[in-house]
Design a protein. Structure first.
Length: 137
């Protein structure tokens, strides 16, 4: 069975279906590339998947190590480059405040998040900047 399927809907929009769950995500070309910006663009999904992967891996790590996790959220910004048009930079602000972890636990949790499969799949030419907001600030 395939993982997902995509159908072009016209007017630079697609419908993407997760085959095992039936979940659907629509995409639209961004405003700066002839689209309406009415939904995630494919490149938006790419950078969002990085943060979602990190937070998921952090959740798994905490669950496996019986670490209480009250907050793990992210803000993501993508910077597009031209010639060829591509994602040039990914900036992620990962908010881990409110968990009251000691420094040793925080370092382990951060390290776990940085081992997410998406992080290892990104072209090394893409600049990534990850900022952590923690209780120790």
């Amino acid at each position: 069975m395939t993982t997902a399927s995509t159908e072009y809907l016209g007017e630079l929009r697609t419908s993407c279906s997760h085959n095992s769950s039936g979940t659907v995500i629509h995409t639209d070309a961004p405003l700066d590339n002839k689209g309406k910006g009415s939904a995630f663009s494919p490149t938006d999904l790419f950078v969002t998947s990085y943060a979602a992967c990190m937070t998921t891996i952090i959740g798994i790590y905490c669950q496996e190590h019986h670490i209480s996790i009250k907050n793990c959220s992210a803000q993501i910004n993508k910077v597009m480059y031209a010639n060829p048009r591509r994602i040039g930079e990914i900036h992620i602000e990962l908010d881990l405040r409110g968990n009251n972890w000691d420094d040793k636990t925080l370092k382990k949790v951060v390290r776990a998040g940085e081992t997410c499969p998406v992080a290892f799949s990104i072209n090394p030419e893409i600049k990534t900047k990850i900022t952590y907001l923690t209780d120790s600030e």
